[in-house]
Design a protein around this ligand. Structure first.
Ligand SMILES: Nc1ncnc2c1ncn2[C@@H]1O[C@H](COP(=O)(O)OP(=O)(O)O)[C@@H](O)[C@H]1O
Ligand SMILES: [Mg+2]
Length: 231
């Protein structure tokens, strides 16, 4: 089982959304996924509830509460024993013993950030924190910054500057764009299943292109992750 973690000091950086998206992409590939809910606000539990009512929850996925160390350990052991292909951990903002443990146990780390100077400052601080933690523990874990909520049209001068600055760091090949389809995932459930439902619902035909474009972002993100894991 490979543990993939989205982390950042900042709340609202797009961690949970990136994780939901990656979960969808992996489920579409037929993988089984344990979702570790390490944020006490329980966004993944709510996501699952919403998805189940809309028939957009993939039974290959299961949410495990993991918002303290004993629960995390229990979730990890159970997911390993049940041979899930992946565990995806959604962390809360900030640093904590729990986050440190999750980071140090991961096989791949994603640090999402929006393109504002403030957000990027926080992403850089998070990245530095991760690197220091890995050095102190003698660990090598592929880590990448994910540009999140990138406008689809032209970037402003400030966004461009910030984006240029990030190129000095390990970045995912593709950003996640700012899309309604992503913002709506928390209410609508898994994107690949929303897409499946939309294909057979004439009333949803107009949304198909948007859902398809969003799914394509996620396929590329998943491919990047597989490459980083040497898969
Ligand atoms: N790529 C995106 N496109 C549109 N909205 C997004 C995108 N990523 C995140 N959001 C929205 O931004 C807000 C914060 O995202 P969230 O994933 O909850 O951040 P975090 O988990 O880091 O606190 C949410 O309302 C979410 O729907
Ligand atoms: Mg979150």
């Amino acid at each position: 089982m490979k543990l993939i973690t989205c982390c950042s000091f900042k709340g609202g950086a797009g961690k949970t959304t990136a994780l939901m998206g990656l979960c969808s992409a992996l489920a579409m590939e037929g993988k089984t996924i344990a979702l570790f809910e390490a944020d006490e606000n329980r966004p993944l539990t709510r996501w699952k509830e919403n998805a189940v009512t809309r028939n957009t929850w993939d039974s290959r996925c299961e949410v495990f509460t993991a918002d303290d160390l004993p629960l995390l350990e229990k979730a990890y052991d159970e997911a390993e024993a049940r041979k899930f292909d992946y565990a995806l951990a959604d962390t809360h903002g900030g640093s904590s013993e729990l986050n440190n443990t999750i980071i140090a146990s991961s096989n791949f780390l994603l640090v999402p950030t929006m393109l504002t100077p403030l957000d990027v400052d926080e992403a850089l601080a998070t990245y530095r924190y991760i690197i220091e933690l890995l050095l102190s523990e003698n660990l090598v874990i592929p880590t990448a910054i994910l540009q999140q909520r990138v406008p689809i049209g032209r970037l402003t001068t400030s966004q461009r500057k910030v984006s240029d600055m990030l190129t000095a760091l390990p970045l995912t090949k593709q950003p996640m764009f700012e899309r309604d389809a992503f913002a709506a995932m928390k209410d609508r459930g898994m994107l690949h299943l929303s897409l499946r439902n939309a294909r057979v619902d004439p009333g949803m035909r107009l949304m198909l292109r948007n859902l398809d474009a969003a799914m394509e972002d996620l396929r590329l993100l998943s491919r990047f992750m597989h490459e980083a894991l040497g898969q």
